[in-house]
Ligand binder design. Sequence first.
Ligand SMILES: NC(=O)c1ccc[n+]([C@@H]2O[C@H](COP(=O)([O-])OP(=O)(O)OC[C@H]3O[C@@H](n4cnc5c(N)ncnc54)[C@H](O)[C@@H]3O)[C@@H](O)[C@H]2O)c1
Length: 255
Amino acid sequence: MGKLENKVAIVTGAASGMGKSIAQLYVKEGAQVLLADYNFDGAKEVSDELNADGGKTEAMEIDVSKAEDVEAMFDKAVEVFGTVDILVNNAGIMDGFEPVGEITDERWDHIFDVNTKGVMRAMRKSVNYWMDNNKKGVIVNVISTGGLNGAHAGVAYGASKHAVVALTRNSAFMYAEKNIRVNGIAPGAVETNIGSSMTNMSEFGFSRAKLTHGLSPRTGKPDEIGEVAVFLASDDSSFVNGTVIVTDGGWTSGF
Ligand SMILES: NC(=O)c1ccc[n+]([C@@H]2O[C@H](COP(=O)([O-])OP(=O)(O)OC[C@H]3O[C@@H](n4cnc5c(N)ncnc54)[C@H](O)[C@@H]3O)[C@@H](O)[C@H]2O)c1
């Protein structure tokens, strides 16, 4: 029996990279999954492959920075699968490595709308759903080592991910007696398509951040994050609540 048998999960950003891997591993463990992504064709392709193999998944186009899309995502999962047990907030984008002296208000707002506000809205919707229905729930936030350390990207990305660490820890404590667990994963450098969201790169910011990247022993594979997401969503982690698991091959233990 799979570790997520009869569970229903929503995975945002499931068309690519770590979200795709998380969706695939969840299905392997018996979960039904709503693959929610800005890139509908990509999500549909992953979903079709999984369904052809006997999986039960559905793809949906959403922009996590839009309140109505986040609401619709949750409603769709309930409509298609009857409930939601697991929420994985994975969708996210990079900045252009800008230090504070170079960040524009527009870039700051966009990064926060996607990486932080979208996560808050999905968490708000799910905890209220679980409490209203007297149900158990699990949230897994895919954060970043940049949420715990100073300069793995630009200031906006780092601040947006630090805020998700706070969302994770605060919510874990707040709902600890409500049968809801909230944890995060802080991946180091992982081989995905996130580079495509890096635009208008700051030469100065990148020259500083790359000093820290130079110490990373190796890059990770998406499945190496996906396996941690399986652990955090399953009862194997039943006493783990409010933590952020650094998954970086030892990179940030050095500083
Ligand atoms: N790759 C890394 O090295 C790394 C390291 C640490 C943390 N992360 C975090 O991991 C998460 C997953 O990123 P990834 O590396 O797999 O990147 P990726 O670009 O391969 O996948 C991200 C997915 O999110 C989707 N997405 C982006 N904006 C969206 C939006 N507004 N609404 C809905 N979907 C949206 C994209 O279409 C894409 O399918 C992100 O939160 C990222 O910040 C990545």
